[in-house]
Design a protein around this ligand. Structure first.
Ligand code: AMP
Ligand code: MG
Length: 410
């Protein structure tokens, strides 16, 4: 038996290679702006109008001409009109003020708003201004948010609530986005049991619950994918071939976990190779390492390691950017924060490590004590990873690179 393994390759190299295969799907659809959260925009959004449309008041108070209020507390001015939000204003008569409310259009001729707290309404209804106003005060200018012709959101942006609101502010009820990638997901492993089918006290020796299926499905859904969950495929060549063939016809990606090591029970490699192509990669990261990329018909194939933390981490660092690129998203590296380690890491690995850590109240990072690739508690406990270069010893107080899990899960 040939036990030689391909050489370890760096994560950056593997990612570049993987992204080289991720041609954007190119299929687009129009969705309601309400439903666009997390979707990737495929055309620039250009504004046909100014936001706000007119100069308007940012306070409840009075619109006036500064020249009419030379001194604070001078004789009061009569109120010549009332302008609630949503109504039109008339030109302001000289020597008068206009009662105005937040968001209401500024009357022509007015050059300042005085908030009502800075005024006194006299017995005869005239309004006395208590502080000398500055020209322009409490006025929101037309176009100060968006100018006509501005690109407010660029193609390739993944939409989030703020962009949905911004799109609505320029009048867009629907948005052009990439279709959702169709992903077939299955787990391999005869030891796996679905929660709910066998109670914990009746689990056979060697059996474990399938945890990868749950987080992988949720991760895929967060990335905007339409997931076909094909469940557990037994460690059997024929069953694996059948599942792959079925999935390949109607999916953009087949994602599996487990079975990509080089043991005899790892059936993914020969099964994919019998239908298409497959490369097994050994990536110099920990947790992680085994990873497979290939094609089955028109579908991409990605095989993740079975160990839960390895599966989780390789999904975030490789599959996530892959799926974003399929949707045409502009890729940006997860933001890195430099923070002090409040732990020691005296025996680093030769591979680049993603250590599960948590920010503490002192502004430093605590390390989860068990960094084994099977210990999913470390990911749930942590709020991010230290991205530790190969062989780097960490001593308490050293500055390390922290990547927040919430940035990767967004
Ligand atoms: P494999 O990559 O198939 O050799 O699996 C590596 C380790 O991950 C083994 O201990 C498996 O039992 C475990 N494993 C594989 N798939 C899953 C899964 N879906 N959920 C939980 N553990 C898994
Ligand atoms: Mg297995």
């Amino acid at each position: 038996m040939n036990t030689s393994r391909p050489p370890l390759r760096s994560l950056d190299d593997a990612l570049a290679d993987l992204l080289g295969h991720a041609a954007p799907l190119g299929r687009t659809e129009s969705v309601s702006t309400f439903e666009a959260d997390g979707r990737v925009l495929v055309r620039d959004l250009v504004s046909a109008l100014q936001v706000p449309p007119q100069d308007n008041s940012s306070m409840d108070g009075y619109a006036l001409r500064c020249a009419d209020v030379a001194a604070a507390g001078a004789a009061g001015l009569p109120v010549s009109q009332r302008i609630p939000a949503g109504s039109a204003s008339q030109p302001l008569q000289v020597g008068t003020v206009a009662r105005i409310f937040t968001g209401a259009p500024l009357p022509e001729g007015a050059d300042a708003i005085v908030m009502q707290e800075d005024t006194e309404v006299l017995a005869d209804g005239r309004v006395r201004v208590l502080n000398v106003p500055q020209a322009g005060q409490w006025i929101r200018r037309s176009g100060e948010d968006v100018t006509r012709g501005d690109t407010v959101v660029r193609a390739g942006q993944r939409l989030s609530p703020a962009e949905m609101g911004l799109a609505a502010s320029i009048g867009l009820a629907t948005l052009p986005v990439s279709v959702r990638p169709r992903v077939a997901l299955f787990s391999t492993g005869d030891e796996l049991v679905m929660p709910g089918t066998v109670p914990p006290e009746s689990m056979k020796p060697g059996a474990i619950y399938n945890s990868n299926r749950f987080f992988l499905r949720a991760l895929l859904q967060r990335l905007g994918c339409e997931v076909s969950d094909l469940g557990i495929v037994p460690d059997d060549r024929e069953a694996t071939v059948r599942a792959l063939r079925e999935a390949s016809a109607s999916h953009d990606l087949i994602l599996t976990s487990g079975g990509v090591s080089v043991g005899e029970e790892d059936h993914i490699k020969p099964a994919v190779q019998s239908l298409g192509t497959l490369d097994l990669w050994q990536i110099a990261i920990k947790p992680g390492k085994p990873f497979a990329y290939g094609r089955v018909g028109t579908a991409h194939f990605i095989g993740l390691p079975g160990n839960p933390v390895s599966s989780f981490v390789t999904f975030l660092v490789l599959v996530r950017p892959f799926l974003l690129k399929l949707q045409g998203a502009t890729l940006t590296a997860a933001p890195v924060t430099h923070l002090p380690a409040h732990f020691d890491w005296p025996r680093p690995d030769k591979r680049r490590e993603f250590l599960r850590v948590r920010r503490n109240a002192l502004g430093g990072l605590d390390l989860f004590p068990n960094q084994s690739s099977g210990v999913l508690t470390s990911v749930a406990w942590g709020d991010g990873f230290v991205d530790n270069p190969p062989g780097r010893v960490i001593a308490r107080g050293d500055t390390v690179s922290f990547i927040s899990l919430s940035d990767l899960l967004a």
